[in-house]
Ligand binder design. Structure first.
Ligand SMILES: [Zn+2]
Ligand SMILES: [Zn+2]
Length: 255
């Protein structure tokens, strides 16, 4: 009798394991679309409607660090103005993770892997956007990291650092700062600068790769750095892409 119960338990356990594995495999098989490539790999797929007509942004945030609704509207409008996606869906979800004061990129990848629930499938391209407390392990005396794009469809925003930085800049609103950083990171996923989207005219900052030489462009390198961003985001004006960056996007299937 004992053995039968043991066997039943084992079968039951195996069934659960199989069911779980199947669900994961199905999700990936349906999509067949890789999400662990380098930043810029999906530039054309995000910009054009060749492979995907729709885009779905899964915004995951930890308690107390939800992005502003206005920022997500700004992102939606930006995607509408620069890509050929017919439907732009942005959904927010609170995630429960063990909070840390400082996160490495390895931590960030693990958090995405454990929590991301939307993957590209059929006509919909999925993007993962993570909003965290705490700060980046790459912060130094002269650099505070506000956000980082780290995979072909993934970026992280250090929301607590954004809040702190916004408080330190006279006359800058958190929404403007947050929108600027979100758009900047999203543009890295669009392959800017020279990061999967070829340059029409050479304008990559050779000292700060993947960034633009034009100082008032959204893709200027200091925009990611909380120590310097005050110079760029002084009021309610979000820096725009300059003509070089826009030309690159257009040449790679965007608007
Ligand atoms: Zn950047
Ligand atoms: Zn530019």
């Amino acid at each position: 009798m004992k053995n039968i119960i043991k066997s039943l338990l084992l079968i039951f356990f195996l069934t659960i394991s199989c069911a779980k594995d199947d669900s994961v495999n199905n999700g990936l098989n349906n999509s067949n679309y890789t999400f662990k490539q380098q930043v810029g790999y999906s530039a054309n797929d995000i910009l054009s409607n060749n492979k995907f007509t729709d885009i779905y942004i899964e915004v995951m945030y930890v308690d107390g660090f939800k992005p502003s609704a206005e920022t997500l509207t700004n992102l939606k409008n930006f995607i509408g103005s620069r890509t050929y996606k017919s439907n732009i869906i942005i959904e927010e979800r609170l995630i429960n993770i063990v909070l840390k004061p400082v996160y490495s990129m390895e931590d960030v990848r693990s958090i995405e892997d454990a929590n991301r629930s939307i993957f590209s499938f059929e006509n919909q391209l999925a993007i993962s956007a993570l909003f965290l407390n705490g700060k980046s392990t790459s912060d130094t005396d002269t650099t505070t990291i506000l956000g980082t794009s780290y995979r072909n469809t993934s970026f992280v925003i250090f929301e607590e650092t954004i809040k702190t930085t916004a408080n330190n800049i006279l006359g800058s609103s958190k929404i403007t700062l947050e929108s600027t950083v979100v758009l900047h990171e999203f543009c890295h996923l669009l392959g800017l600068v020279n990061l999967g989207t070829n340059m029409v005219v050479n304008h990559e900052d050779v000292s700060h790769s993947a960034h633009c030489t034009v100082e008032n462009c959204l893709m200027y390198y200091l925009i990611e750095n909380g120590k310097n961003i005050g110079h760029w985001v002084k009021d309610t004006q979000i820096p725009q892409l300059d003509a070089y960056c826009i030309d690159d996007l257009r040449a790679n299937g965007g608007k």
